[in-house]
Design a protein. Structure first.
Ligand code: GDP
Ligand code: MG
Length: 163
């Protein structure tokens, strides 16, 4: 079976921007179960001949803080259960937030590989913004700009290492 890569992260960090950039053949919403399964979007993608399925776990992003946290926990659980590699996305412009720390704690408990991706590093001057994310304790951050495409090759190299 093709490996599954799930994108997890706070609302607005750029999950869907990355998803759309990597989506070759887009698959619409698959399941019709009420609740979280409806909030998942799948696509097929490929890097250097390695095919994989990508899941954007944050389909419907909530507004209120406590609901955001609740949903992020659910997203993380789904990712841990169903994926082979977890892409944990944080926002290099916004910086480290308590919600990031909480999700990182959940992800640290799994044996699944987690790739920490710092998005919105749109230029080299912003590279230093990634340092504080070492504090999450889930390894070296990979910096990208999902909107410009900067760093995506290195990020994908890191992901397929775990297949
Ligand atoms: P999601 O809620 O995590 O799915 O985030 P979205 O993909 O919807 O993006 C949230 C906002 O961040 C949008 O306004 C995007 O245009 C913006 N965004 C996404 N990627 C980047 C990036 O690499 N750099 C910058 N500056 N903005 C980005
Ligand atoms: Mg989204």
């Amino acid at each position: 079976a093709k490996p599954i890569v799930a994108i997890v992260g706070r609302p607005n960090v750029g999950k869907s921007t990355l998803f759309n950039r990597l989506a070759g053949k887009r698959i619409a919403i698959i399941e019709d179960t009420p609740g979280v399964t409806r909030d998942r979007i799948y696509c097929e993608s490929e890097w250097l001949g390695h095919k994989f399925t990508l899941i954007d776990t944050g389909g419907i992003e909530p507004e209120s803080e406590d609901i955001i946290l609740q949903q992020m926990r659910k997203q993380a659980e789904i990712a841990i259960e169903t994926s082979d590699v977890i892409l944990f996305m944080v926002d290099g412009k916004e910086g480290l937030t308590p919600a990031d720390t909480e999700v990182a704690e959940m992800l640290r408990k799994t044996r699944k590989p987690v790739v920490l991706v710092v998005n919105k590093v749109d230029n080299l001057n912003l590279e230093a913004n990634a340092f504080e994310f070492y504090n999450l304790g889930i390894g070296d951050p990979v910096t990208i700009s999902a909107s410009s495409g900067l760093g995506l090759g290195d990020m994908l190299d890191e992901i397929i290492k775990h297949f």
